[in-house]
Each structure stands twice: as C-alpha cells, then as structure tokens.
Design a protein around this ligand. Sequence first.
Ligand code: HEC
Length: 201
Amino acid sequence: MANNNNSRPRPSRRLAWIALAAAVVAGILASLALWARGARGFSARAQPTGMETWMAHMMRAMAMPAGASARRDPYPGLTAAQMRFATEHFAAHCAVCHNNNGDGKTMLGENMYPHPPDLRGPGTRRKSDGALYYIIRNGIRMSGMPAWGDDTPKETWELVDFIRHLPRLTPAEIARMRKYNPKTIFPEPLMDATMSKMGGE
Ligand code: HEC
C-alpha cells in the first residue's frame, strides 16, 4: 500500500518543534520575571518608572477609539444642582481612591500600582473632556481604575466637569463631601469618633 504521509511533515516532529519553541518562550519569560523581581520586586507601593508611565499612557492613547477623545461635553458648565450632585457622586464613588480634593492620597490610592494620578495636575488637565469621559466609563485595564459605564452619560459628563473644578474646590465643598465618603475606609472623622467611643486612642 502507498504511504501518503511521506510528503507531509511527520506530526511527532512538528510537535517537537512546537514544544521546543514553547520551552524557549517560557524560559525567556521566566528569566525576565526573575530579573524584574530581583531588580525591583513587585510591590504595589512602588512608584512606576518614568518609562513605564510613558509607555502605559502612549498605549492607552493608541487604544482609545477614534473620535472618543474628540467628543464634546454636551452639558458644558454645571448648574448649582448639578454641581451638588457631582460633588456627592465623586465623594461616594471616586474619593476612596482619588481623595476628595483629587490628589489620590488615600489609604487605597497610595497602596495600589499604578497610583491614581493627581486629577488637578497637568497630566489630567492636558487630556480632553472626551478622553476623561471615555476613561471614566470604560476604566483602565490592569489598574485599579474601574469602569463606571452603568451611570447615565449625563452623570459621567458631570463628573468630567467636576474634575475640571477640582483645583478650585472650597473647604466648604470638601466638608460636605466628607458626609458622602464611604465610612469604612475614610478614617476621619468617623474613625476618631468610633475609637473614642470604644475608649481607644
Ligand atoms: C479603586 C480605585 C479607584 C476608584 C474607586 C476610581 N478610580 Fe479613577 N483611577 C484609579 C487609578 C489607579 C487610576 C490611574 C490608572 C493608570 O494611570 O493606569 C485612575 C485614573 C483615573 C482617571 C484618569 C486620569 C488621568 O489623568 O489619566 C480619571 C479621569 C479617573 N480615574 C476618574 C475617576 C472617577 C470619576 C471615579 C469615580 C466615578 C474614579 N476614577 C474611581 C483608581 C480609581
């Protein structure tokens, strides 16, 4: 009988090549992981290097769908009522990581990697309204930033306007926000009150 398999590569040899290639890739990845661990560890408390931040932002800008960044805010400016709502919304859902004033210095924010950026800083100011809207609704992969796409588009645009307002936040606004902060993670002033009730320091 004729053997038709002679013209094709033998399956066992093809498998051997695939196994070899997989082993080489696994070896390279393992060496890289070991090198990274030895070099810097992988603590979430570390500060991303400038190169890492630059690459992450470049890839994010490339991944943003065409037109998302150019989208205009359909509700520019906030009425007093909208501002009140956005302030409470940010205090309830965002401040746990970003802090009421947007500086990102909270218990969670300082212990995650990458840390939330200062939303009053140039990095956020330079981004368009459309880019901030897209980030809030879709989140940022492989970071602590969740997707908040279940809010109405109007609520998200109000958050964009609120972020633009952060540099001018008044002490009275911050005091009001404290009432809407989740109580278990914000130690002050609730924690102080609880501790003194319990007789602690
Ligand atoms: C669990 C933590 C967490 C919560 C809650 C959170 N964020 Fe974030 N956010 C992050 C982190 C971390 C980043 C930075 C991610 C990165 O750069 O890779 C970020 C980034 C952002 C950015 C991009 C800023 C920039 O200049 O790149 C915006 C805008 C933002 N968050 C808005 C919000 C809003 C609005 C809410 C609430 C609806 C919110 N975030 C809730 C962790 C959080």
